[in-house]
Design a binder for this molecule. Structure first.
Ligand SMILES: Nc1ncnc2c1ncn2[C@@H]1O[C@H](COP(=O)(O)O)[C@@H](OP(=O)(O)O)[C@H]1O
Ligand SMILES: [Mg+2]
Ligand SMILES: [Mg+2]
Ligand SMILES: [Mg+2]
Length: 400
């Protein structure tokens, strides 16, 4: 056994190399072999046991820090921070900032190159004329990293920010690992001062294996059937789930995790339902026809973003209905995190025909018509009501 004292490790190694060259070679070989064996063991144990603990903790950190950035922006949202993308949908400095920050944190925490299927890209920010916006995003990110204090790194440059955003250009698909990110889901709600979510999931060979939803404006206490929280007005929820591990919720400000379960009712008269706030995103007429056919009495709770999945996972309501206009193609980042948060809490998410959502086909979900989410007991009668209402709509019922 060799014992060192009084000098630095480098000095000791140098001394050994020069004074005992025959001793150092076998020692070096043994150490390298041991390191390689250990690394192989770590890699194979992580892929065989599939605990995803490291990935989940990285995802929680990434979504929480992105939520901090978004909260700062929402407080002082200036009109100049909202831009239109080529499809006329809004995007803000916070959408870009959140995407770059999630990409930065995942790489820092996981010490590996990260590929993400994410909503935003840097094309518009690389245009001449976008310099001021890019500078503002870079400043926001650097301020958020430095006030958090976890990472002692030199400030990111604008180029670093563009590179971080573009790690989100993976196409996803049926093989390998891909993070799926919606840096702000519900941008319209964010701009209005309402609900939004940072939604991050991990796909492994086409299956969602973990998901995190940070919902900075969602009350910690259950929301009632009018979308109102009870007396407690504290907001900021972090939902997270991993495959086989259930769904938990913590406060974004930090609290002990609480296990979440969907509402257990099998009585539609007791069930309330969620839908998009934006009628352009989902037909309000069709969902109210389905709800009344099923016997739901409560009025719809209209809310932006995947906060709906979080609220459903903790039993605030029992049903989520989403029926976009014909031809609209749903993106995987709008549902991946929400889907695992609900299913690990005991719920079911399918398309209108009752097929499970398939995240293995690239950026888009291949769907039959719409998305239907509920608990196991209500699902059969709900899907029947969906089928009947869709048939009536296709026959041209005047109410739809
Ligand atoms: N015409 C449309 N039909 C359905 N969904 C749409 C849509 N236009 C935009 N969306 C999607 O609806 C999401 C918001 O959902 P919700 O209505 O539940 O808040 C948007 O996410 P972003 O805000 O991330 O762009 C966007 O992807
Ligand atoms: Mg968008
Ligand atoms: Mg979205
Ligand atoms: Mg978005």
């Amino acid at each position: 056994m060799l014992a060192f004292s009084g000098s630095s490790t480098l000095q000791q190694v140098h001394l050994l190399c020069t004074t005992k060259p025959n001793l150092i070679k076998p020692l070096f070989t043994a150490a390298t072999t041991a390191l390689c064996t250990r690394r192989r063991a770590v890699v194979s144990s992580s892929s065989s046991s599939m605990s995803y603990d490291r990935e989940l903790s990285a995802a929680k950190k990434a979504a929480s820090l992105a939520a901090t950035l978004c909260q700062r922006v929402q407080k002082v949202l200036l009109q100049s921070d909202v831009h239109s993308k080529s499809d006329e949908s809004p995007v803000t400095v916070a959408d870009y900032g959140s995407q770059a920050l999630v990409s930065f944190v995942l790489e820092k925490e996981l010490h590996t190159e990260v590929t993400m299927v994410a909503e935003e890209d840097s094309a518009d920010l690389r245009n001449e004329g976008a310099n001021e916006t890019l500078e503002r995003i870079t400043k926001l990110i650097n301020e958020t990293i430095s006030s958090d204090g976890t990472y002692s790194v030199p400030p990111l440059s604008s180029e670093d920010v563009l590179t971080a955003i573009d790690r989100g250009n993976s196409e996803g698909g049926p093989s390998g690992r891909h993070w799926v990110l919606d840096p702000i889901d519900g941008t319209k709600g964010f701009v209005r001062g309402d609900q939004y979510a940072i939604a991050l999931a991990l796909l492994e060979d086409g299956k969602v294996v973990l998901g995190v939803l940070a919902c900075p404006n969602l009350p910690l206490s259950p929301i009632g059937s009018h979308g109102q929280s009870s007396l407690q007005k504290e907001v900021g929820c972090l939902f997270y789930a991993k495959v086989g591990g259930g769904t938990h919720m913590e406060s974004l400000a930090g609290s002990s995790p609480v296990k979440m379960h969907v509402c257990a009712t099998d009585d539609p008269a007791e069930a309330s339902f969620f839908e998009s706030f934006e009628a352009a995103h989902s037909s309000h007429d069709l969902s109210s026809a389905i709800a009344s056919k099923l016997g739901v009495r409560a009025p719809p709770v209209r809310m932006d973003s995947q906060a709906k999945y979080g609220a459903l996972a903790r039993g605030d309501g029992a049903i989520y209905l989403r029926f976009p206009r014909k031809g609209y193609r749903e993106k995987i980042w709008d549902h991946a995190a929400g889907c695992i948060v609900v299913t690990e809490a005991g719920g079911v998410a399918t398309d209108a025909a009752g097929n499970p959502l398939d995240f293995s086909k690239g950026k888009f979900l291949n769907l039959d018509t719409g998305i239907v989410v509920s608990n196991q007991k209500l699902m059969p009668s709900l899907l029947k009501a969906v089928r009947d209402s869709l048939n009536e709509a296709s026959r041209g019922s005047p109410s739809l």
